[in-house]
Design a protein around this ligand. Structure first.
Ligand SMILES: Cc1cc2nc3c(=O)[nH]c(=O)nc-3n(C[C@H](O)[C@H](O)[C@H](O)COP(=O)(O)OP(=O)(O)OC[C@H]3O[C@@H](n4cnc5c(N)ncnc54)[C@H](O)[C@@H]3O)c2cc1C
Length: 389
């Protein structure tokens, strides 16, 4: 049996592992750096208390029963010429060597949030917290629920970054909490965006309308250059004081990708359908780390994973499942009246049409928040083998 090593036990990594396990076509090893996985999409609802950690956390034990070997360790390097992956701090596994060999390697480690290009970040990173990290979202929650007056600054870096609407979701959920607490009129919310409109562009008009109703100030085309003790400065020199900062750092693939010569910001791939590296037939990428011309979200991560699994099956003379690039998503827009009952708007893009076909329902609905929850839970059940506990 061929040895397939997958770096990253997230949406893409587990989708590939499951697709290959179903075919019993290979010896599958997933290397991932934590014994638990936290789903991303509903993390913003931790801010309002509408989501709980216990419903979005999963372990890998049930996947193990499906014949997927999981190694908990931190990948530090890839040697694609000699087909080796280096890893450190290996826990609970029989892989003591700190190195694994492979016949096929799939690189799916997601993204790194990298503030190093922002002046002052190294010193004042602790002034910042976002919904993006499962722990830091709790820091942001504490700050929002504790503040009585002042200014909140939310920041979105240049696209592509993970989950296009999450910064606007952050701003609108912060509005909801402050309104709920009766202090909204004493707190200014400013959203600074490095792009010419909020992301994704398909619902930028809807967000602009809701921001106006919520009294959220939007500043576009401004990249963050500096973080200080209670202020940020944009590249064009505008300074904004803040009491609470929720700034998403620019995203990239982990450094071992660049060090292995596999790509600079993202892993290079031949095409969205052929996710092999241009230089190596046996190295593929999937998920947010792959250099794809699409938004970085869970549906695209899953679809790219199926394309990657299909390519491995094809090289082994087997047939995979049929798959296309298209997604439907739900962006939280909070609750303008301050009830802790978040509404969402629906949007989507179908990349099988040329140009890609957008869809949206601009009317915020509670039902869409519930649909997003069912969708997220279905993914977790499918990939990790069990539902919410
Ligand atoms: C706040 C938030 C909101 C989101 N909202 C939505 C949404 O509404 N809709 C939507 O479709 N998507 C949303 N997403 C995006 C979605 O979660 C991601 O696109 C998806 O998880 C990408 O899958 P992935 O497998 O590439 O990365 P991940 O799921 O992040 O998995 C990567 C895995 O690799 C592991 N790893 C990383 N580095 C190493 C290493 N060096 N060694 C070993 N293991 C490593 C990580 O621990 C992780 O388990 C959201 C994400 C966040 C954070």
């Amino acid at each position: 049996m061929k040895r397939v090593v997958i770096i990253g036990g997230g949406i893409a990594g587990m989708a590939i592992a499951n697709a290959l396990a179903e075919k019993k076509a290979a010896e599958i090893t997933v290397i991932t750096n934590s014994p638990t996985y936290f789903a991303g999409p509903s993390r913003p609802l931790l801010l309002t208390g509408e989501q709980s950690y216990s419903r979005i956390i999963r372990g890998y034990e049930e996947a193990g029963k499906r014949g997927i070997k999981v190694v908990f360790g931190h990948v530090t390097g890839i040697d694609p010429e000699n087909r080796r992956v280096r890893l450190s701090e290996v826990q609970y596994s029989d892989s003591r060597a700190g190195e694994l060999g492979y016949d096929y390697l799939v690189v799916a480690p997601g993204v790194v949030f990298d503030g190093s290009a922002i002046e002052g970040y190294e010193r004042y990173w602790h002034r910042n917290a976002t919904v993006y990290d499962p722990g830091r979202v709790n820091v942001l929650k504490r700050r929002i629920w504790g503040m009585a007056s002042g200014r909140v600054v939310v920041y979105a870096p240049k696209a592509p970054y993970r989950c296009a609407p999450a910064p606007t979701e952050t701003a609108l959920l912060i509005h909801t909490v402050l309104k709920h607490r009766g202090v909204r009129d004493k707190v200014e919310i400013v959203h600074i965006d490095a792009n010419d409109k909020t992301q994704p562009p398909v619902i930028a008009d809807v967000v602009a309308r809701i921001y106006q109703e919520a009294g959220i100030q939007l500043v576009t085309n401004q990249e963050l250059a500096e973080i200080g003790d209670g202020y940020v400065v944009t590249k064009s020199g505008e300074r904004y004081n803040f009491d609470v900062l929720a700034a998403l750092e620019p995203n990239r693939a982990p450094k071992f990708v660049e060090e292995a010569g596999l790509g600079k910001t993202w892993v290079d791939v031949r095409s969205p359908q052929d996710l092999r590296h241009p230089k190596f037939d046996d190295v593929l990428a999937a998920g947010d780390a792959a250099g794809l011309p699409f938004p970085k979200n869970q549906e695209i991560a899953f679809e790219s994973a199926l394309f990657a699994a299909n390519k491995i099956l094809e090289m082994e003379g087997l047939q995979g499942a049929s798959v296309q690039y298209a997604f439907v998503g739900w962006a939280y827009v909070g609750n303008l009246q301050g009830r802790l009952e978040t509404n969402a708007v629906l949007f989507g893009l179908d990349f099988t049409a040329q140009p890609p076909k957008p869809t949206k329902d601009p009317e915020p609905k509670r039902e869409y928040t519930q649909r997003k929850d069912s969708w997220e839970q279905a993914y977790l059940e499918r990939l990790f083998g069990y539902g919410a506990v």
